[in-house]
Design a protein around this ligand. Structure first.
Ligand SMILES: NC(=O)c1ccc[n+]([C@@H]2O[C@H](COP(=O)([O-])OP(=O)(O)OC[C@H]3O[C@@H](n4cnc5c(N)ncnc54)[C@H](O)[C@@H]3O)[C@@H](O)[C@H]2O)c1
Length: 479
């Protein structure tokens, strides 16, 4: 099960700026399938095919409609996620990449600048973001996709330089950092969108507005559970020839290349899987329940990975209390990194139905179950809010010989959410940011919402240390 977060586990970044090298298999294929061309002819032909493919892709970059205000953007942080965002932005009309900034100049910076050039963009490359902000006067917006511990500095400095900012989640690895971002946004009046991209996903918006809001299909939500299970993965590495000099690493807060590549696992840099992965889904708990949590208990530990290179917990189980506008609720969340089964999803259970949703539509189509005693959903099926039910078969006696107990409750009918996202996951959230710059929308995840989510998630690590239930006061969520 893979999503954008999982792409970081790949040793080869998602977008390749360099032409592909010919492998042994290619050479053998060349010899067997195109003997007339010969080996060098085959190689030349492959390079030409590749060039034509890239040109076709570049030509396919959407043209801006007449009168569309062009937005000058910079990408700050050109790693795995920076490249995912760049790919999504290349599909959005009316954007001009003016600059890319990354301290890994010989690898990520070069790769992304080269890729953008193939897409008829002409970005200047920088290692130092302050130099970029100084020199690139015409920039309208900065997209921040650096490690979490850099977000506060990068976002506040860009806001103070008069730029709108799209900053990846987690907003910051510290509450002080996140607060400073909210304050800088207010002070400058510039836009700050936090990268909780599910907030702009049409499937989630449909569930929130139509199914929970208008139709109230779940009734009163009393329990929630969700998870992000990720399979064991080796630490990220880097080719020796692209190692960053130690002095440069230190200047930017990394002790060595291992820490630079695996910053998520280190205290003071990231927050471990609960922050990295949990922040996406706990943000949805708050959104769908209509309130941030009132208390949290959590248990976590480093059960599997090497403590010399992994400082945060690889396994975390959390229980939140919520006082929602319609009554109390409890929400369970787990993240573990030793077994990927069942991937990631959020499940909301009300007194009339259940919604099981995930960003990964491939694995979870968005199932809805109506409790047998709940009012019929015919009106909502007719309106196209939910699909017609797939009836669960009564299993009195199955082929396996299992016998249903007469006291067992009847399995509820299964419906699905009839909305799909055909674009990359991040595209609608970026589009919402650019539409808001153009005055045609409002942000789906402004600084205050990102802050609520950061408070809810960062407290989990505190609760694990405290080994007891911690309370949230309403003012904890306000800046
Ligand atoms: N929304 C999502 O689904 C999603 C998915 C993955 C990652 N993310 C977030 O994106 C951010 C980046 O994650 P990633 O997986 O791309 O990490 P990464 O390590 O692959 O990339 C980080 C990049 O930032 C560069 N960098 C580090 N410090 C810098 C500095 N001071 N100035 C300029 N460049 C610097 C590094 O050289 C690297 O290229 C994180 O905040 C992460 O939580 C979000």
């Amino acid at each position: 099960m893979a999503d954008e977060d999982d792409k970081r586990n790949s040793r080869v970044p998602a977008v390749s700026g360099a032409p592909p090298k010919l492998g042994r298999r290619d050479l053998l294929m060349g010899l067997s399938t195109v003997p007339a061309l010969g080996l060098f002819g085959y190689a030349w032909n492959r390079q030409q095919q590749y060039r034509r493919g890239r040109e076709a892709a570049a030509a396919a970059t959407p043209a801006a409609a007449a009168g569309l205000q062009e937005i000058n953007v910079a990408l700050l942080g050109a790693g795995a996620q920076g490249q995912v965002l760049m790919e999504a932005m290349l599909r959005i009309p009316g954007l001009r990449f003016r600059a890319v900034c990354d301290i890994w100049t010989e690898y990520n910076l070069r790769r992304v600048v080269n890729t953008l050039k193939r897409f008829k963009q002409e970005p200047n490359g920088y290692a130092d973001y302050r130099e970029m902000l100084d020199k690139e006067k015409e920039l309208d917006a900065v997209i921040v996709a650096t490690p979490d511990f850099w977000h506060a500095r990068h976002a506040t400095d860009a806001l103070k330089a008069g730029k709108h900012v799209y900053c990846e989640k987690e907003m910051s690895n510290t509450l002080e950092g996140a607060r400073s971002m909210v304050l800088a946004q207010r002070e400058t009046g510039k836009l700050l969108q936090i990268g909780h991209q599910r907030r702009s996903n049409p499937r989630y918006i449909h569930c929130y507005q139509k199914l929970l809001g208008e139709a109230k299909l779940l009734g009163r939500i009393v329990t929630v559970n969700g998870q992000w299970n990720r399979a064991v993965a080796p630490d990220l590495g880097a080719p020796d020839r692209y190692a960053i000099p130690e002095a440069t690493l230190k200047q930017y807060g990394f002790k060595d290349m291992h820490q630079f590549r695996n910053w998520r696992w280190y205290k003071g840099l990231g927050g471990g899987p609960i922050v990295d992965l949990g922040s996406h889904q706990i943000d949805i708990y708050n959104w769908f329940l209509g309130a941030p949590p009132s208390g949290v208990m959590a248990s976590g530990g480093l059960l599997y990975y090497d403590p010399k290179t992994h400082e945060w917990h690889d396994t975390v189980m959390v229980m939140y209390d919520y006082d929602t506008p319609v009554g109390p609720a409890k929400a369970y969340y787990q993240t573990q990194t030793t077994n990927g089964s069942q991937g990631y999803y959020e499940s909301f259970m009300g007194d009339q139905g259940t919604l099981l949703i995930s960003e990964s539509e491939l694995n979870y189509a968005g199932q809805l179950y109506r409790d047998p005693n709940a009012p019929a959903w015919d009106e909502w099926i007719q309106k196209g809010y939910v699909s017609a039910p797939k009836e669960q078969e009564a299993k009195e006696q199955t082929g396996s010989g299992a016998i249903a107990d007469v006291r067992e409750s009847v399995a509820p009918d299964q419906h699905t959410v009839p909305v799909s996202l055909r674009d990359p996951y991040h595209q609608p959230h970026l589009q919402n940011f650019f539409d808001t710059i153009r005055g045609k929308a409002t942000l789906n995840c402004p600084a205050e919402i990102g802050y609520e989510s950061a408070v809810s998630v960062l407290k989990v690590n505190e609760a694990i240390e405290a080994k007891s239930r911690l309370s949230f006061k309403p003012e904890d969520f306000k800046v």
